[in-house]
Design a protein around this ligand. Sequence first.
Ligand SMILES: Nc1ncnc2c1ncn2[C@@H]1O[C@H](COP(=O)(O)OP(=O)(O)OP(=O)(O)O)[C@@H](O)[C@H]1O
Ligand SMILES: [Mg+2]
Length: 279
Amino acid sequence: MSEEQNELQEAKELVEQADYAVRISGLRNAFGDQVIHDDLSLDVHKGEILGVVGGSGTGKSVMMRSIIGLQKPQAGTIEVFGTHVLDEEESDGSVRSRWGILFQGGALFSTLTVAENVQVPLKEFYPDMDAKLLDEIALYKIALSGLPPEAAAKYPSELSGGMRKRAGLARALALDPDLLFLDEPTAGLDPIGAAAFDELTKKLQQTLGLTVFLITHDLDTLYEICDRVAVLADRQVIAVGTIDELLATDHPWIQQYFNGPRGRAAIASQKRKEARENA
Ligand SMILES: Nc1ncnc2c1ncn2[C@@H]1O[C@H](COP(=O)(O)OP(=O)(O)OP(=O)(O)O)[C@@H](O)[C@H]1O
Ligand SMILES: [Mg+2]
């Protein structure tokens, strides 16, 4: 390749990189003999809400944990905003302040109030921040998550399941992330609470310009707010696209999932909603 061609290639790669929040390639995870991921690849575009689906135990949470550094893969590369996070020399930790995580089950510290929970990542990254500012930021994030101000002083055990999810979201938003990981955010919520949480996610994505990596079993969530959906099966991401694009594939799991009784109910509900909006 000539020097010019080289430069052109590099420029092309830079532009391409700029379009992605996350790029996973050749990922392998195994626990003993149990292979969870084998040569898995997935790109997450900047600014999108990507839904991640797959049967229970297919490795959705393990994939998320690999991206955020809680699970060390046996092979593969993972880039977050252009930084190779598995490469300890390249990844100095600053990229970690660019994401927020709502863990499956919430994972709030039970001995800390909601406000103190929200302050945990702030204190980690800004150890010198004064107490007043910490309080103000925590209150702001709590409000952003749709919780009343009284919730700030409560302990997780004093909150309902839905409120706990919002408290977890407030903590995930503490560092003004560009990338938000949500692992089953609506699991265990009643349908109205789940729809409200979806709406909040969409609003945050739009107003804060977030990229959202959203693991879910909730078909309504997929239809309502996801731009694309990635399907995990057979140790890989077997398909990624809009729901219409996925429906056009003939993979049995995808067909069963979206065209089963629950999938059809979600489509019907979506159509009713569109009809109401157009009326
Ligand atoms: N730390 C670990 N040690 C051993 N096995 C693990 C570990 N973490 C996960 N696994 C196994 O890896 C597989 C994938 O787990 P994972 O939690 O990613 O599933 P999932 O797709 O998130 O499922 P669900 O929808 O039920 O949350 C499971 O079989 C699980 O038992
Ligand atoms: Mg999981």
